[in-house]
Ligand binder design. Structure first.
Ligand code: FE2
Length: 161
């Protein structure tokens, strides 16, 4: 799959999980949050390890620097939530902030970054990059609990190289 299509598919998946968690309670809520955390962990890993380094250029530099900072902010909220009980009052508030930040990030990627990347990389390059990203996503999912890596990634933004 083309790298951009892969990321857009993941964006849709996470959006639908956020829609579902708004209507869920108790144990279902916790499970949906864990699913969201796993999705975000895999998504940020394949972007940070492959997509961002492969799309780094003068015209994308600022967008990519912002993107890794936004990932950091999202990871910090996810790490907080992983330690909380869904019954806590702050849980719902933090989910709402997480959703806002993810929506903002997705909007910037789809609205600004991806159009630049389409100018930088050929169809073949996007296909090859997509394969490498999908392989890493599969590997992380097979290892299980991708979200477990998130708390260790909250110190600073991922490097772009
Ligand atoms: Fe991202």
């Amino acid at each position: 799959m083309n790298a951009i299509e892969l990321l857009e598919t993941q964006h849709e998946e996470v959006k639908s999980l956020f829609d579902r968690i708004e209507k869920a309670n108790g144990e279902a809520r916790r499970q949906l949050f864990e699913e969201i955390a796993d999705h975000l962990a895999v998504h940020s890993a394949i972007e940070e390890k492959h997509f961002y380094p492969a799309t780094r250029a003068a015209r994308t530099e600022e967008l990519l620097q912002q993107a890794v900072e936004e990932h950091l902010s999202v990871k910090r909220i996810v790490a907080d939530l992983l330690e909380m009980d869904p019954g806590e009052a702050q849980f719902e508030t933090k989910i709402a902030v997480l959703k806002e930040q993810v929506e903002h990030h997705v909007g910037e990627e789809e609205g600004e970054l991806f159009p630049e990347v389409r100018k930088l990389l050929s169809e073949d390059e996007l296909e090859d990059l997509g394969v490498v990203m999908e392989d890493l996503a599969d590997e992380l999912e097979e290892m299980g609990l991708p979200r477990a890596a998130v708390p260790a990634e909250t110190g600073e933004a991922a490097p772009l190289e």
